[in-house]
Design a protein around this ligand. Structure first.
Ligand code: UGA
Length: 476
């Protein structure tokens, strides 16, 4: 049985909060620190503040017991052996990550160190951040033998963050000393030894006693690069399939067939080959820009990443053209929009391509009635309701009398629409799907004109505008 470790987690955002409750679930004692008193009070009271599967149950089980919430970083530092920094690293104007929160936390930790501590960088940071943290701590008078700085990047996806934490593909520990590496290995021992998976009532996932996750020990710098390179590679995969989808549109091919055909090659793999309206979220756009910027600063030409970004921006513009190609002019059109979050299963709208598209549609003079199962409150802070922007109560409410329905987020519910009902609810049976949630044949069989990504447009034979670029008639 592994020994519990005394852990502090600084920051209670997506990564910090998930890490805190998951460490508790693994048997450790955790203090989660945030300088926002209202957040701390909410967390103590059991409000997760974010929409994340399994998080409410775990918070309920451990809050004020194995996970304490506090604003007191000094005390948390003194009582912990490992201190995980999980504060925000927003994008600065130049594309670099803004590391001022990380620096502020490092200085404060330094002032309270009272014995050997391992300071763990969990926020996504550029290579060399560990060295800066070490320097800041030394400058604050801490002896070199009293601390180590480790990089332990996180690969969590929003929506499945808890499952990803407890059933990871791999755990990366970048440490330059055996002592620090041993502490991190002890933190993750319940997972790597398989003992966590023996227990009852665990969060289900792909790891098991027989197949526990691997822990990869690396240098700190390699770990930092692994995080940025992983996100950049996934973004590249998405931009690649989006570029291929554009080619498929030009050639009247079907990108879903192409993605399947290439994804079956085990060297390529089927994941992250879903074409759409471009990647968004708080990670990919920021991390691709930061990785490009780090490379630039080090004199390394990484223009490939600029192309990845360019394709991503263009993907939204192409979708807007698609809407125009179906509706001709946009001024005065009433559009139903399904989805505002940057992907399904989250209420997060940061860098959401759906939000960008709604703004573009409003700028073109359309009226929008939008529905999202979780992200409407946040979206309304970004795009206030007005005479041309309404937040709907349901899918049906959004679709009522709309000139077309646009699908912008891949929520599971949006893939199960009652097509017969939708046909009568819409003013015109036109669906423009930015996430390829439907089979074109099924849509045309229900009488819809259906435009999607990288697949031929289908339209019922009685429609007269089927000669538009990219349009093919089915059933003629
Ligand atoms: C991403 C990574 O997947 C995580 O491994 C990483 O830990 C996290 O960033 C982070 O750095 O914190 P996340 O931003 O939650 O996680 O979302 P993803 O599921 O990766 O999706 C990102 C975007 O790509 C979404 O807009 C999604 O719709 C889009 N996407 C994803 C596609 O357009 N096509 C795909 O095939 C996959």
């Amino acid at each position: 049985m592994s020994q519990p470790v005394q852990i502090a987690v600084v920051g209670s955002g997506y990564v910090g909060l998930v890490a805190a409750v998951c460490f508790a679930e693994m048997g450790h004692n955790v203090v989660c620190v945030d300088n926002d008193e209202r957040k701390v009070a909410a967390l103590r009271g059991g409000d997760t503040l974010i929409h994340e599967n399994h998080l409410p149950e775990l918070l309920e089980r451990y809050r004020n017991r194995r996970v304490q919430f506090t604003t007191d970083l000094a005390e948390a530092t003194r009582t912990s052996d490992a201190i995980f920094i999980a504060v925000g690293t927003p994008q600065s104007e130049t594309g670099d990550a803004d590391l001022s929160y990380v620096e502020a936390v490092a200085s404060e930790i330094a002032r309270s160190i009272n014995g050997y501590k391992v300071i763990v960088e969990k926020s996504t940071v550029p290579v060399y951040t560990n060295e800066w943290i070490r320097r800041v701590i030394e400058r604050n008078g801490v002896r070199r033998e009293d601390f180590d700085v480790v990089s332990n990047p996180e690969f969590l996806r929003e929506g499945t963050a808890v499952e990803d934490f407890l059933h990871p593909d791999r755990i990366v520990v970048g440490a330059d000393s055996d002592r620090a590496s041993a502490v991190l290995n002890a933190v993750y021992a319940p997972l790597t030894s398989g003992s966590y998976y023996e227990q009852k009532d665990i969060v289900p996932g792909c790891c098991s006693v027989q197949a526990p996750p691997a822990l990869l020990n690396t240098s700190t710098k390699s770990a930092e690069i692994i995080k940025h390179a992983s996100n950049a590679f996934l973004a590249l995969k998405i931009s690649f399939i989006n570029a291929v989808s554009n080619l498929c549109e030009a050639a009247d091919a079907n990108v879903e067939q192409v993605a399947r055909g290439i994804g079956l090659d085990s060297r390529i793999g089927p994941k992250f080959l879903r074409p759409g309206i471009g990647y968004g979220g708080s990670c990919f756009p920021k991390d691709v820009a930061a990785f490009r910027s780090v490379a630039e600063q080090m004199g390394v030409d990484f223009n490939l990443l600029s192309e990845v970004e360019k394709i991503n921006v263009n993907q939204k513009k192409r979708f807007l053209s698609k809407v125009r190609s179906a509706l001709w002019t946009l001024r005065g059109k009433k559009l139903a929009v399904l989805g505002l979050a940057f992907k399904g299963d989250t209420d997060d709208i940061r860098e959401s391509p759906a939000i960008d598209l709604v703004e573009m549609l409003l700028a073109e003079g359309s009226s929008v009635v939008a529905y999202d199962p979780a992200a409407m409150k946040r979206a309304e802070e970004e795009i206030p309701a007005s005479d041309r922007m309404r937040y709907a109560e349901s899918i049906e409410d959004a679709a009522r009398d709309a000139d077309a329905l646009l699908i912008l987020t891949d929520w599971a519910d949006f893939a199960k629409l009652d097509l017969q009902k939708l046909h009568t609810t819409l003013r015109y049976p036109i669906v423009i799907d930015g996430r390829n949630l439907y089979d074109p044949q099924q849509m045309v069989a229900h009488g819809f004109t259906y435009l999607s990504i990288g697949r031929p447009t289908v339209t019922p034979s009685r429609e007269t505008h089927n000669a538009l670029p990219g349009a093919v008639t089915v059933g003629a």
